[in-house]
Design a protein around this ligand. Structure first.
Ligand code: PEP
Length: 251
C-alpha cells in the first residue's frame, strides 16, 4: 500500500442510492489493478452502501472513504455529527480531513483539523489531510508558507504513516491544472516538510488533486513525488475514473 499509487475519488455532495449502485456494479467487474490503491469517498449517508457493495469486488480492493468526520469523539450531544468511531463501525478505511471546501464553507482551520486527525488515528483509520493555497496566496509568493502552516498539524501525531493531498484551491473543479513544474516543486517541499515534522522513518503518500482527468493523469503521475491523485469531478464517471486508475497502474 505504501509503495503503490493511490487513486481516491471524491464524490462530494453527489449521488443517489440507485445511481451509486449502478456505478458500483461496474467497479465490481473492474479488471484487477495490482499497482493501485483505489478508494471512493461517498457522502456519509451512502458509506454503508459503498462498503457493502465493495465487499464482493472480484479482483480489486476498493477502499471506503469518508469526506469528513466530527471533531468530537465517541458519542454525545452533538446533533448532526458523525464520529470516527461510527465511521469505523460502518467499514470506513480512510477519512478526508481539511478539504478546502470545508475551510471555505465551514471555516475549518488547523485546530479543528488536528482534532479530527487524532480522532481518526485513535480508531485505527487512515486520515488523508488535504492542503492547498489560494491563487492570491500563490501570486503573492506565499504558497509554501501556507502549505507549511497547514502541514504543521502533523507534528507530534501518534503515527508513522502520513497521506497528504496537495490540492491548489485554484485548480479544484476549475479545469485549471497546476503545471508539472509547480506540482514537482510543491510535492518535493511537502515530502521534506513531512520528514522534518514526523521523522525519517515515516511512510508517505502525497497525492495531487485539482482537475485531474483521463487526459492529464499520465503526465501528473510521471511527476517526481506524486504518489497518486485525489479526483473530484472525474470520479463521478466510471469511464474517466477507471482511465485515471489505469494511468496510475501503467505509471
Ligand atoms: C477535489 O474535490 O478534491 C478535487 C480535486 O476536485 P476536482 O478533481 O473536480 O478538481
Amino acid at each position: 500500500m505504501w509503495e503503490q499509487k493511490w487513486v481516491i475519488g471524491n464524490w462530494k455532495m453527489n449521488g443517489r442510492l440507485q445511481n451509486n449502485n449502478a456505478l458500483m456494479h461496474r467497479f465490481r467487474i473492474l479488471p484487477p489493478v495490482d499497482r493501485v490503491v483505489i478508494g471512493l469517498a461517498a457522502p456519509t449517508v451512502y458509506l454503508l452502501q459503498l462498503h457493502n457493495a465493495m465487499q464482493i469486488v472480484l479482483g480489486n480492493r476498493i477502499l471506503t472513504c469518508a469526506q469528513d468526520v466530527s471533531r468530537f469523539a465517541g458519542n454525545g450531544a452533538y446533533t448532526g455529527e458523525v464520529s470516527a468511531e461510527m465511521m469505523a463501525d460502518v467499514g470506513v478505511n480512510i477519512v478526508l480531513i481539511g478539504h478546502s471546501e470545508r475551510s471555505l464553507y465551514f471555516g475549518e482551520k488547523n485546530e479543528i483539523q488536528r482534532q479530527k486527525m487524532e480522532n481518526v488515528l485513535n480508531v485505527g483509520l487512515i486520515p488523508l489531510l488535504c492542503v492547498g493555497e489560494s491563487l492570491e496566496e500563490r501570486e503573492a509568493g506565499h504558497a509554501q508558507d501556507v502549505i507549511a502552516h497547514q502541514l504543521s498539524i502533523l507534528k507530534g501525531l501518534d503515527t508513522k504513516k502520513i497521506v497528504v493531498a496537495y490540492e491548489p484551491v485554484w485548480a479544484i473543479g476549475t479545469g485549471k491544472v497546476a503545471t508539472t513544474e509547480q506540482i514537482a516543486e510543491m510535492h518535493t517541499f511537502i515530502y521534506k516538510q513531512i520528514l522534518s515534522l514526523c521523522g525519517d522513518d515515516v511512510k508517505i503518500r502525497v497525492l495531487y488533486g485539482g482537475s485531474v482527468n483521463a487526459n492529464n493523469a499520465a503526465d501528473i503521475f510521471a511527476v517526481p513525488c506524486v504518489d497518486g491523485a485525489l479526483v473530484g469531478g472525474a470520479s463521478l464517471s466510471y469511464d474517466s475514473f477507471t482511465a485515471i486508475i489505469n494511468a496510475a497502474q501503467e505509471s
